[in-house]
Design a protein around this ligand. Sequence first.
Ligand SMILES: NC(=O)c1ccc[n+]([C@@H]2O[C@H](COP(=O)([O-])OP(=O)(O)OC[C@H]3O[C@@H](n4cnc5c(N)ncnc54)[C@H](OP(=O)(O)O)[C@@H]3O)[C@@H](O)[C@H]2O)c1
Length: 235
Amino acid sequence: MTGPLAAARPYVLLSCATSIDGYIDDATDERLMLSNDADLDRVDEVRAGCDAILVGAGTVRRDDPRLLVRCERRQAERVARGLPASPIRVTLTGCGDLGPDAQLFTVGDTERIVYSSSGAVEKTRHRLGELASVVDAGDPVDLARILADLAGRGVGRLLVEGGAGVHGQFLAAGLADELHLVVAPFFVGDRRAPRFVGEGRFPWHPGRRAKVVQARQIGDVVLIRYALSERCDLA
Ligand SMILES: NC(=O)c1ccc[n+]([C@@H]2O[C@H](COP(=O)([O-])OP(=O)(O)OC[C@H]3O[C@@H](n4cnc5c(N)ncnc54)[C@H](OP(=O)(O)O)[C@@H]3O)[C@@H](O)[C@H]2O)c1
């Protein structure tokens, strides 16, 4: 990256899959598969091109993701470029309720960072021990502070994979440069299930429309890529 903005915060790419009616999960205990294999492979490539991947603690508890690059060829290409096989894995918590047995902390050996509200730092460090670097992110947690800290650690490109609370905050704060939205060909139709984002005041509204830079069919899903800032390298 170049330019004065580059050092201030990483380029932020949001990635999400929804149903036709905008849900990102259902209300059952099972994990809902919205993407298909080809799209998951695309996401893997996007992951491989980033320096860090962030999800909220809600997603860690609900989905138990590993947040690793799956493809061995992509891992090897990263290593050949002097990078770790997978990007840094990042989560954020207000209450510190993260279990050390989550796959994020038990699988893979790439760096893990947990941004915690000031009040929960001690609890989070106690729970996670050496499994992650626990960083005080203020009270309330400040996304801009997190991004500045990540930039200071050399993160130039951050992939934010959800969930609803985290995506909503990045969008409402105007801290997103690009959005990859995948629409799966079915409805959830259950208001107990989470939607892509909840209520909020967003920088994009009927009077300020976001720019579509790509719409692509991938098997039975559709990927729509939106440019959300002038930094979007696709715009
Ligand atoms: N379809 C998709 O692409 C996709 C992708 C990812 C997730 N999901 C779904 O999204 C749902 C989870 O979404 P969610 O909204 O419940 O959870 P989330 O956004 O993953 O995480 C929310 C949690 O993150 C922490 N957090 C977020 N912002 C914070 C802030 N400013 N200050 C302090 N803490 C903060 C809090 O953790 P604490 O509670 O620990 O304080 C909060 O409860 C799941 O159903 C999951 O399956 C779908």
